[in-house]
Design a protein around this ligand. Structure first.
Ligand code: NOJ
Length: 550
């Protein structure tokens, strides 16, 4: 049953599990995750103790960017299943007590989308839904602006007419196969509200909004050299965080609020600073926005505590709730991020990947730190998003043959970045199936990204009966979170120093030691600890403990 027993809305303290569907579970043996696989794992997710799932784009797509190139927003990718199966999935998830959040991709479509195809065929109304511009230079041979694509290379591609003559340029902040929509166009705005209704009518509980800060471009289309990184954007660049986006979200909120129960949004908004982020969270806009700092904050008490303050300040401005995340499908998995020396600065994933050759990962240390960081964020008030496989302690897969890599970042990067495939490797479930249980026994195809040898050791079957496993830690933590922390918002720091940080929420006091030596703990029943090995009354290095303080 769906929980709605407290005054706070369900999402305010939910644990949401991110399903990267292509890599989650393969039901039909073609090496690609699908709806059948996901439906079969609903009992696993319910038992894990999460409240909702967020499913990455599952729409028909040529997969130029892992489904973020959507060809049809009202259907299901045939390799994943059918709309009828999606309806069953939503009903089955709800029956198991899980809400369902989808991913909406409003900044761009696939170049195979009917609108873009019509634009290419010369339909003026279709063309007006995208950002076509004449080139600069005597013959229009230069792009309209000097903007760079987030993945690398220019953000404009020039069309070639069927007779071979060059035409106008179109904008794509991401891959050339992802043309940007023109959100000044009323038809674009109306279409997306209809798409929201299409899925809300089917019972979907909310949407994660892809590139929420990018829809509206500064109409000056001026040259700009500002950063175009995937994960750090600057509102001084004319492509990002223009004030015009907020009117769009006010409209979306009206749509979401017209449903009973109201539907919700979580924004992917890479903006600079809390004040800019808080604008997305105003009461008539989006309910939540990912707080992304923990995706790159080094494992250090001195660095982690200010992130908590800053995120809480941001939502306080707007009266919202915080939304924590340690990993997702765009960044190096946190076991591996923590497995190397921790710099003073934010660990940008592209930077992290470039140092792999120079410094070997210590995965035992990475797991130990990951366990500690998990207990730290799971106790913070707010929503928490868990990325599939983190509950198994999966590391990033660093060694992938070049020919097997699928992320457009690998192809387009101009600085040797190998891209994001290493955090998207198909999950090991264990049992008799192929690819450590990702595919059923007798599968007729290998997994779409190769799984390293020996991944059975991370599988669910290898971990579920082991009380010391990462999976057991997640299960215990999510259960205790429901018992002691649900609805608690009374956060207060108890201790802060370079290596040790402690806070209190409800009846729980959380102590994290990011240093190397044991530190004394206050008196109190230890509800859960990420690591043992220290004398009684002490917290070992790289560990977190939850204490019950009445
Ligand atoms: C953000 C998504 O998380 C990422 O995977 C994708 O490549 C870009 N948006 C473009 O849609």
């Amino acid at each position: 049953m769906l929980h709605s027993d407290s005054a706070a809305p369900w999402w305010a303290d939910a644990a949401v599990y991110q399903v990267y569907i292509r890599s989650f579970a393969d039901g039909d043996g073609d090496g690609v995750g699908d709806l059948a696989g996901l439906r079969a794992r609903i009992p696993y997710l319910a038992e894990l103790g999460v409240d909702a799932i967020w499913i990455n784009p599952w729409y028909p797509s040529p997969q130029a960017d892992g489904g973020y190139d959507v060809a049809d927003f009202r259907d299901i990718e045939p390799a994943y299943g059918t709309l009828a199966e999606a309806d069953l999935l939503i009903a089955e998830a709800h029956a198991a007590g899980l809400r369902v959040i989808l991913d909406i991709v409003p900044n761009h479509t696939s170049d195979q989308h009917a609108w873009f195809q019509a634009a290419l065929a010369g339909d003026a109304a279709a063309r007006a839904r995208y950002l076509f511009r004449p080139g600069k230079g005597e013959h229009g041979e230069l792009p309209p602006t000097n903007w760079k694509s987030v993945f690398g290379g220019p953000a404009w591609t020039r069309l070639v007419h069927p007779d071979g003559t060059p035409g106008e340029w179109y904008l794509h902040l991401f891959a050339p196969a992802q043309p940007d929509l023109d959100w000044e166009n009323a038809e674009v705005r109306a279409e997306f509200e209809e798409i929201l209704r299409f899925w809300f009518d089917r019972g979907v509980d909310g949407f994660r909004v892809d590139v929420a800060h990018g829809l509206v471009k500064d109409q000056s289309f001026a040259d700009a050299d500002g950063p175009m990184g995937l994960l750090r954007n600057d509102h001084t660049h004319p492509a990002w965080d223009n004030d015009g986006v907020h009117e769009i979200y006010r409209g979306w909120r009206r749509v979401a609020d017209s449903y009973d129960p109201p539907r919700i949004f979580v924004a992917e908004a890479w903006v600079s600073g809390n004040e800019r982020l808080a604008r997305y969270l105003r009461p008539d806009e989006l309910h939540t926005a990912f707080q992304f700092d923990f995706l790159g904050v080094p494992f250090s008490a001195a660095a982690m505590a200010p992130v908590v303050d800053s995120a809480r300040d941001a939502v306080a401005v707007a009266g919202g709730t915080t939304t924590w995340v340690l990993s997702n499908h765009d960044v190096v998995r946190h076991v591996t991020r923590y497995a190397r020396s921790q710099p003073e600065h934010y660990i940008d994933s592209a930077w992290d990947r470039r140092r792999w050759a120079d410094e070997k990962a210590d995965l035992d240390l990475g797991v130990r730190r990951a366990r500690a960081a998990t207990l730290f964020v799971l106790a913070l008030p707010g929503t928490v998003y868990l990325y599939q496989g983190e509950e198994l302690g999966l590391p990033e897969v660093e060694e992938i043959p070049d020919e097997a890599r699928r992320d457009p970042v690998f192809q387009m990067s101009t600085d040797g970045d190998v891209g994001r495939d290493g955090c998207r490797i198909p999950l090991p479930w264990g049992g008799d199936g192929a690819a450590s249980g990702f595919s059923p026994a007798g599968a007729h195809a290998a997994p779409w990204l190769p799984q390293p040898a020996g991944w059975e050791r991370f599988s669910v079957t290898a971990q579920e009966d082991d009380p010391a496993s990462v999976l057991s830690l997640y299960r215990a933590a999510l259960r205790l979170r429901r018992t002691y922390l649900r609805g608690a918002t009374d956060f207060a720091w108890v201790h802060r120093s370079d290596d040790v940080v402690a806070f209190r929420v409800g009846p729980v006091e959380v102590w994290t030691n990011t240093g190397g030596s044991p530190v004394p703990l206050p008196a109190g029943e230890v509800l859960l600890a990420s690591a043992g090995g220290a004398p009684d009354g002490f917290l070992p290095g790289a560990a977190t403990a939850w204490l019950h303080r009445s």
